[in-house]
Design a protein around this ligand. Structure first.
Ligand SMILES: Cc1ncc(COP(=O)(O)O)c(C=O)c1O
Length: 380
């Protein structure tokens, strides 16, 4: 049985005709930079997410960097980031001469909570980057209320959770929020990545920022384009971060299938959940009532220090797995001298030793999943 962690070519094969035509149109048209497909995609993603503005850019890391640049922070200002996630949020904070403050995460959702964040706040704190990890929203209402209380800006890193919805209880502060908002559209700026294995992935690098704020949208657009107000007039310090026309053409096709892709992931997640229910020492992902889960990853927690042995055993059976993330950020040499940590970050450390992500993609078959479930049970 040929089981893959992700199956990008299998997914492509199903929509090959549409993709090939879209890509060929770009190649024949010659507008390889800023072709019409880019604007079409921005508008389609606005419609999909409900964001007023979508600003495409070169990748998800750039999206976070540009978002931070738009906040006008100064060297030494602190930005709170989760200790247990991909490196990008902390990395861009450090690159801009700001101080990443690493905070712990919730052991069930793997996400930061308002309580984790509050422990990291100091007089220098100016912003928070929350990450909706593995496909599920952080509990955003308490986080937005905390940000309001301490006058902090919030950026959502939605690279892994595009299409997830957060259910917002009505409160006086957010009475204008619709009942369920897509992740990435709750805070003033949301960022995402179209890295190929993402739930909405292109055939290379790609990213986007989202905002409902006209002034921020204008600034983000300018920063992504060398800070230009018009050609050769640079009002702001910016960077060169564009979504290629070819990638936009791919995304225009794939966005139409995103809900179907999410449904396929959710169906696969249910099979894993049912199959692994009650298996000793294996904790399946907890779904929180305030969020839908779009299952970018299906991440188990393996107890009793058996994670690495299970990974090895599954590999011997031809089942690939992955560890997201094997080393929390407080243990990464790159952050040793620039990050501040607010507390021991025990959960981040524990998760790095116990998490194991199973194959999760749109092409998984029930038969493959049963094989994986049976092998896990045999191991246990
Ligand atoms: C949570 C998170 N943030 C940011 C990124 C960065 O995106 P990119 O690889 O497009 O720069 C990724 C993934 O790659 C991610 O998973």
């Amino acid at each position: 049985m040929n089981i893959q962690m992700t199956d990008l070519t299998g997914q492509y094969a199903k929509i090959q005709k549409e993709i090939d035509e879209a890509v060929l149109r770009v190649m024949r048209g010659g507008r390889y930079i800023n072709g019409s497909e880019v604007g079409v995609f921005a508008e389609a993603l606005q419609n999909y997410t409900g964001a007023k503005h979508v600003i495409p850019c070169a990748n998800g890391t750039d999206a976070l960097q540009i978002a931070l640049m738009a906040l006008g922070l100064k060297a030494g200002d602190e930005v709170i980031v989760p200790a247990f996630t991909y490196v990008s949020p902390a990395e861009v904070v450090g690159l801009l001469g700001l101080t990443p403050v690493l905070v712990d995460v919730d052991p069930d959702s793997f996400n930061v909570t308002a309580a984790n964040i509050e422990r990291g706040i100091s007089a220098q704190t100016k912003a928070i980057i929350v990450v909706h990890l593995f496909g599920q929203s952080c509990d955003m209402l308490p986080i937005m209320e905390l940000a309001h209380k301490y006058h902090l800006m919030v950026i959502e890193d939605n690279a892994q959770s595009i299409g997830a919805r957060y259910t917002i209880p009505p409160t006086p502060l957010y009475k204008n929020w619709s009942e369920r908002r897509q992740t990435g559209t709750i805070a003033p700026i949301g960022c995402t990545s179209f890295f190929p294995n993402k739930n909405l992935g292109c055939f290379g690098d790609g990213g986007a920022m989202m905002t409902n704020d006209d002034v921020l949208a204008d600034k983000l657009k300018k920063i992504a384009n060398h800070g230009q107000t018009e050609k050769y007039h640079h009002a702001l310090l910016g960077c060169n971060s564009r979504l290629d026309t070819l990638q936009a053409a791919v995304l225009n096709v794939k966005l139409k299938y995103l809900n179907k892709y999410i449904a396929a992931r959710q169906k696969a997640a249910k099979i894993y959940k049912d199959g692994l229910r009650g298996v000793e020492g294996i904790a399946t992902p907890k779904e929180h009532p305030f969020s839908t889960h779009v299952y970018h990853q299906y991440t188990l927690k393996v107890g009793d220090g058996k994670r690495d042995a299970l990974k090895q055993y599954l590999a011997e059976q031809g089942i690939p797995t992955a560890i997201y993330y094997p080393r929390p950020l407080q243990e990464q040499p790159a952050f040793k001298f620039i990050a501040r940590t607010a507390e021991p970050l025990r959960v981040a450390k524990e998760l790095s030793q116990s998490v194991l992500s199973l194959p999760m993609h749109t092409e998984l078959t029930a038969e493959q999943q049963q094989f994986i479930i049976d092998k896990i049970k045999t191991f246990v």
